[in-house]
Design a protein around this ligand. Structure first.
Ligand SMILES: *Cc1c(COP(=O)(O)O)cnc(C)c1O
Length: 464
């Protein structure tokens, strides 16, 4: 029983006729028809045919407190009646943005005490580009402007944030990256570590930053940006040696460190921020997604005392968005943070993460299609393999087997995403042990189906 909407085929036809989807081949989708999601509760999605799906991805890594939290809707309605909009440009402010900035500053570690709000993670990273460059310019060092990022990092889809990201397919369209952004290699040991131990490899990849700084000169490098754990790149958990070495290098050469916490922030790793889980002390943190659990669009940059003072020393910072500190979005984010605290969701995520790690290990480590099981908090990955024990990729085009597996998940009413031939989950922080078991049951069925398909189609062949 699905009230209030057209039949699925009609919705799909209208969607195909008028709606352009992000990161999608429009013609291929039009031929197939999009899955129409009509409602959600907890970790469960309902589609237009009344099927119940396990949302293993928290929407897009954002619905940390789960779906169906009425108090966020109530707070949004109340704020919209009181003050639906006002800007923060011309020496004005309002209670919701004041309260949220204070709350976020309290939660953030060390002297990260200042928040510049944006409407999304992409916008916040665009802010960061302008902020770090302006910071150094205001200190009389306008040449200190290059930002170093990583290949296969993800920082958003605007021109600036897409340039910070290291996604080859994105750079291939629209003239990215912009000048002044450099990309070093990612710390992905499974695929790129060769004969090195993970620890050796982590150091080697971090030292690419040092080599680059020495090559162009420390007086030209403004900042380094990285996700504590790469999300969209495939839940890439760096070796333990990586971040301490990055930290040392940033400190030694006075390069600002930006931790993109858009996914790792707000409980995902079992701490409030991924930087705390991985021992990173950033100068700036990018936030979005879990800040409001996706109930309202909002992002921002949390900035250290030093950077905020440096920006203020430069006079007007000629930057901002109409919706920087939007009152309704701030009120919703505050209510989200209240729930996270009242329900102790960060500690619960740490516990659930342990259970997810054990379940994924017990159920999938021996599966013929799985080469590695990796997880941290409520981020987990299954690396698919044609040949157990080899770390070799498939001979077939990258992502062929991953797509087969993802489609099998969808057919089993599980949203598990594939990045190349890596299957990833990041469920809501409120997921229970029973729900983790149910998610594993569906994942196992999907892996078995994918294994059958791959065997039948002769895809279990390692690249030579
Ligand atoms: C999603 C994401 C972004 C971009 O956020 P949007 O709100 O989609 O603009 C930036 N950084 C990371 C790490 C992300 O995962």
């Amino acid at each position: 029983m699905i009230p209030n909407h057209l039949p699925t085929e009609e919705l799909q036809a209208l969607d195909a006729a008028h709606h352009m989807h992000p990161f999608t081949d429009g013609n291929a989708l039009a031929a197939k028809g999009a899955r129409v999601i009509t409602g959600a509760r907890g970790i469960w999605l309902t589609d237009s045919d009344g099927r119940q799906l396990v949302d293993g991805m928290s929407g897009l890594w954002c619905v940390n407190i789960g779906y169906g939290r009425d108090s966020l809707a109530d707070v949004a309605a109340a704020q919209m009646k009181q003050l639906p909009y006002y800007n923060t440009f011309f020496q004005t402010t309002h209670p919701p943005v004041i309260a949220l900035a204070e709350r976020v500053a309290q939660l953030a570690p060390d002297d990260l005490n200042h928040v510049f709000f944006a409407g999304s993670g992409s916008e916040a990273n665009d802010t960061n580009i302008r902020m770090v460059r302006h910071f150094w310019a205001a200190q009389g060092k306008p040449e200190k402007s290059i930002i170093v990022a990583r290949k296969n990092g993800y920082h958003g889809s605007s021109v600036g944030s897409g340039s910070l990201g290291g996604m080859v397919a994105m750079h291939a369209q629209g003239g990215l990256p912009i000048p002044g952004i450099a990309h070093i290699n990612q710390p992905h040991w499974y695929s790129e570590g060769g004969d090195m131990t993970p620890e050796e490899f982590g150091l080697a990849r971090a030292r690419e930053l040092e080599a680059y700084i020495q090559e162009v000169g420390a007086d030209r490098v403004a900042a380094f940006i990285g996700e504590p754990i790469q999300g969209a790149g495939g839940v890439i958990i760096p070796p333990e040696s990586y971040w301490p070495e990055i930290q040392r290098i940033c400190q030694q050469y006075d390069v600002l460190l930006i931790a993109d916490e858009v996914i790792c922030g707000f409980g995902r790793t079992g701490h409030w921020f991924g930087s705390q889980s991985l021992g990173i002390k950033p100068d700036i943190m990018t936030i979005a997604k879990g800040l409001s659990s996706g109930y309202a669009p909002i992002g921002g940059s949390i900035v250290s005392d030093r950077v905020a003072e440096g920006i203020n020393a430069g006079g007007d910072f000629n930057h901002g968005y109409t919706y920087s500190g939007h009152p309704m979005a701030c009120a919703v984010a505050l209510e989200n943070l209240r729930i996270m605290e009242d329900e102790n969701l960060v500690d619960r995520a740490a516990e659930a993460g342990k259970h997810l790690a054990k379940t994924w290990q017990d159920r999938f480590a021996d599966h013929p299609l799985v080469g590695a099981v990796e997880s941290h908090g409520l981020l987990a990955a299954l690396q698919l393999t044609p040949k157990k024990g080899s770390r070799s990729p498939f001979a077939a085009d990258k992502g062929t087997v991953g797509t087969i597996c993802r489609d099998a998940c969808f057919a089993n009413d599980l949203v598990m995403r594939h990045v190349g031939d890596r299957m990833i989950v990041a469920p809501p922080l409120i997921i229970t042990e029973d729900e983790i078991t149910e998610m594993a049951n569906r994942a196992e069925k999907a892996l078995n189906t994918a294994l059958d398909t791959c065997t039948r189609e002769g895809l279990l062949v390692a690249a030579s």
